[in-house]
Design a protein around this ligand. Structure first.
Ligand code: ARG
Length: 574
């Protein structure tokens, strides 16, 4: 672990324990970036107050225990510790990081982690909200795998339920070929609306749809075949979106609602038998403790409707049991819209009550904030109609093409760069702000070449690659050692050392925007370095050149690895 903040935190804790007493060994040392030094530690303030001793005195006692620390420790103000690391220590750590094939990223104790993400509904459009859960879930999958965890991707498609009666009947009306063509093209919403209109206006169609629900539930082979025709075409459209985005989901990750259908009866019966589910107003309900409605009455989670039908909650109860018992997971991440927060809190509480979610398994709802249009309302096209995702993504690529049109690339290269920039921009926009905040979809901002955007980061890494092309050197074999003379070199090296800790933190907290912020700060530190410290210019001595090339190589590794972990493509040149 090379991260200076962590090294420092451990060292301060140790000094605290030595100076004050072992019972303080795990007190938070409160390391913060500082204006006056590299870092400041504020722990003496709180410990002093707790012991009724002067914090300054406590700080002095800690400082006295840190005489062997590779840096300068000073006490300032009422009792802050200002800590400046030795530049030679930073250079040594950076050189070591360059030699480390994992670039400072740890190998975690492996866990089995379900990541439930994307999950569009076959009976409705796949909308920008699903785009965001897809992108955030995919980044988390990549990050967890890179740390050495086993990730089980679960695409919990909405592919079952009563609407499928009318959807199948509509398919018979318009013919299989026409239906398939429409669904593959992403016109699921239009298809659904046409079926719905008939269902509402045509009594015989309604009757047919109802009967079809029953034959579907009973597993009638011909009905199942039609359902497959419908679903396969729909999934081909979803896959088009995934392919454009470069998302790692495959058909093997599909675990839609239909998969749980055969388990629902037993799920309900078992819950009822143990008394966790009870009948209320004709429906079988869960009343997880601690949830009450506005009228102070316990809030139900209906798992079997009075007509015997099952719904979203029934499926999620079956799914959580399956994931814990059969998939044997340690952690489940539900990357789903923030508007479902209550649903998941109730599901987790009910599963705990039933003993299906032991303390050893952590279930977390990773709330995805709503996507807004520039007008601050839910995202729509100008005409107010819903937006086909493939068209939206294509627009990003087209705009990126226009932005790089004058750079003199041949058509093939141009298309490659535009794809990377367009998709990178859309993905990074989702990843660079915290996943639970609402977010305004704005092409101009996400495609900007300045600021915290994909094009800026992609450009920074492409520029480093071009340095190596010019130097005719391979960044993978550059050796260093890294020596530090200039402030900008020191700042860049210090920044690079923090990479591993950020990745760990992102995995713990499930907050990919922290990695984005880190990469942006790294690109900014690199830009300053590159302005102030010539690498290939005449007059730069061989040692300095080798050291600066090594810093470039380490920056490139961090940028490439980091962007790859976020799922943002990295073009060779830009
Ligand atoms: N299909 C749902 C939706 O579009 C998301 C499903 C999320 N996963 C789950 N296990 N409930 O809102």
């Amino acid at each position: 672990m090379t991260d200076p903040q962590i090294v420092l935190a451990e060292r301060v804790q140790q000094a605290l324990a030595d100076a004050i007493g072992a019972e303080y060994a795990d007190a938070d040392p409160m390391i913060r970036p500082s204006q006056f030094a590299d870092f400041q530690a504020n722990v003496a303030m709180s410990v002093g107050n707790r012991l009724r001793r002067s914090p300054r005195e406590v700080a002095e006692a800690i400082r006295a225990q840190m005489s062997d620390f590779p840096g300068v420790v000073e006490v300032s103000g009422p009792g802050f510790l200002n800590i400046t690391l030795d530049t030679s220590w930073i250079a040594g750590q950076a050189s070591q990081m360059l030699a480390d094939p994992r670039a400072g990223v740890s190998q975690a104790t492996p866990q089995r982690i379900v990541i439930d993400y994307s999950a569009p509904n076959a009976a409705k459009e796949m909308h920008v909200g699903h785009l965001r859960t897809t992108i955030v879930g995919d980044a988390m999958s990549r990050i967890m795998e890179h740390l050495g965890h086993t990730v089980i991707r679960q695409n919990h498609l909405g592919d079952w339920g009563t609407p499928f009666g009318m959807l199948i009947e509509h398919l018979l009306d318009i013919g299989e070929d026409a239906a398939v063509a429409q669904l593959e093209a992403g016109a699921g919403t239009e298809y659904y609306q046409a079926a719905r209109a008939k269902f509402e206006g045509d009594e015989t169609f309604k009757e047919r749809a109802r009967t079809r629900v029953t034959t579907l539930q009973s597993g009638d082979p011909e009905t199942m075949r039609l359902w497959h025709v419908f679903m396969d075409a729909t999934i081909r459209y979803f896959n088009k979106v995934y392919t454009m985005l470069g998302v790692t989901l495959t058909d093997a990750d599909i675990a839609g609602e239909s998969m749980y259908n055969p388990m629902l009866e037993k799920t309900c019966d078992d819950l009822q038998a143990m008394g966790v589910a009870v009948m209320s107003e004709g429906a079988l309900c869960l009343f997880p403790p601690g949830f009450t409605g506005s009228d102070d009455k316990p809030l139900p989670l209906i798992i079997r409707k009075s007509d015997g039908g099952y719904g979203y909650a029934s499926t999620d109860m079956a799914a959580i049991r399956y994931r814990v018992d059969d998939l044997k997971v340690d952690r489940i991440l539900y990357v789903v819209g923030a508007d479902q927060a209550l649903h998941f809190r109730m599901i987790f509480a009910a599963a705990e009550q039933a003993g299906w979610l032991p303390d050893t398994v952590s279930a977390e709802h990773i709330q995805i904030g709503m996507m807004l249009g520039k007008d601050g309302k839910r995202f729509k096209t100008r005409s107010g109609a819903s937006v086909k995702l493939t068209e939206l993504l294509q627009e990003a690529v087209d705009r990126a093409t226009a932005a790089i049109d004058d750079r003199g690339y041949d058509e093939v290269t141009k298309a490659e760069i535009a794809h990377a920039v367009g998709m990178g921009a859309v993905k990074y926009a989702d990843l660079s702000i915290s996943h639970d905040s609402e977010y305004v979809f704005d092409f101009d901002r996400m495609l900007s070449f300045t600021g915290n955007t994909a094009p800026y980061l992609q450009y920074a890494q492409a520029r480093i690659r071009s340095i190596f092309r010019k130097a005719e050197a391979d960044p993978a074999t550059v050796q260093g050692p890294i020596r530090i003379g200039e402030d900008a070199e020191r700042a860049l090296a210090l920044q690079l050392l923090g990479f591993g800790a950020v990745v760990d933190q992102v995995a713990d907290l499930v907050e990919p925007h922290r990695l984005a912020a880190y990469l942006y700060a790294t690109a900014t530190a690199f830009t300053t370095f590159f302005e102030q410290c010539p690498v290939l210019k005449d007059g730069v001595d061989a040692e300095t050149r080798a050291s600066r090339l090594a810093l470039c190589a380490l920056t490139l590794r961090v940028m490439e690895t980091g962007l790859d972990l976020l799922g943002v493509p990295v073009p060779d040149r830009m």
